[in-house]
Design a protein around this ligand. Structure first.
Ligand SMILES: [Zn+2]
Length: 319
């Protein structure tokens, strides 16, 4: 069943008539008026413009979006059963665009290995304490969040990254905080529209405030920039993802885990402490990541981080 609601916006321009329209579905023409020009503009539902390749089915309590990208069938279901309209319909459509922008790219790089879900549910719910959370193939965002924090779309990029992780076990990581650090690494690298919203409202902390591996998101971003070659076998972050997903090392055996992660990359033979040292000696660790909307931060002006990873994704992995 497909129901698409459209609203018509009617503009009446007349030298003689300046009345307002009250019925949006009716073209107004005043009796006896002369030289009346009536222009009808159809304003489509925001979900009509997600993209030609995305099939959208609009139901009363949910919106189902399907597309095949690089041979993989994805479905996003926007669950509106507990939506109270605080998140606008345009914002809901933008949330969908975030998914279609970031999820297939994260899936192609990491999710294939973890057999991550390709059928994802995004529930916009006016209940629950959490701003946003993820479990299995479900992502919840509170209906008030985007209403109160317009522009924070990339909290969803973070949640979608949790879906991609597909069940990392914190007890088998060097630090269980790597679960959150990786989701934030994805938030930065795969931020919607090259960080158009993200970089204005969410900072990649410098080494001054995230001063060790346990806390640092930027260290992951830097390792990716410095050491992931764009060739699958040498992709340091993919190797990091595999080790975290497999959980094959005890937390106190991560010297060996790092050895495996670095193997075959340019970091092979280095200890993780040496790699950290190299990081903190670079201005990469200190440059400001903040930018006004649509502008480039100092960090991105010096290092084309997202372009490099994007190029790696597209050029070498999947063709
Ligand atoms: Zn999280």
């Amino acid at each position: 069943m497909k129901k698409i609601k459209t609203t018509s916006l009617i503009l009446a321009v007349s030298l003689f008539f300046t009345g307002c329209m009250t019925d949006p579905d009716t073209t107004y023409r005043e009796e006896g008026s002369e030289a009346t020009t009536v222009i009808i503009v159809t304003e489509a539902d925001p979900f009509d413009s997600l993209g030609e390749d995305i099939e959208v089915t609009i139901l009363d309590d949910r919106i189902v979006e399907e597309s095949c990208i690089n041979g993989v069938d994805y479905t996003l279901t926007v669950d509106l059963s507990k939506w109270d309209g605080k998140t606008t319909r345009e914002q809901l459509a933008e949330c969908s665009r975030v998914f279609w922008y970031c999820y297939p790219r994260m899936y192609e790089r990491f999710g294939v290995y973890a057999d991550s879900p390709t059928d994802v549910i995004l529930a916009v719910e006016n209940e629950g304490y959490e701003i946003a959370e993820a479990w299995d193939n479900h992502v919840h965002i509170h209906d008030m969040w985007l209403s109160d924090n317009p522009g924070d779309y990339d909290c969803l990029t973070h949640e979608f990254a949790h879906v991609i992780q597909n069940g990392w076990d914190g007890d088998r990581l060097e630090y269980d905080s790597y679960i959150e650090r990786f989701a934030d690494y994805c938030r930065y690298i795969y931020a919607y529209d090259q960080g158009y919203y993200n970089d204005e409202i969410w900072d990649l902390q410098t080494v001054a405030t995230e001063s060790d591996r346990e806390s640092s998101v930027r260290f992951l971003v830097w390792m990716d920039y410095a050491y992931s070659m764009g060739i699958k076998e040498e992709d340091l972050m993919l190797r990091f993802f595999r080790v975290c997903h497999d959980g094959s090392y005890e937390a106190d055996d991560w010297d060996r885990a790092w050895e495996e992660i670095f193997k075959g990359t340019r970091a092979e033979g280095m200890t993780v402490d040496q790699v950290w040292q190299e990081y903190i000696e670079s201005d990469f660790a200190y440059l400001d990541s903040h930018a006004e909307r649509g502008q480039l931060s100092d960090l991105l002006s010096s290092y084309g981080i997202r372009d490099k990873i994007r190029g790696a994704n597209e050029a070498d992995y999947f063709e």
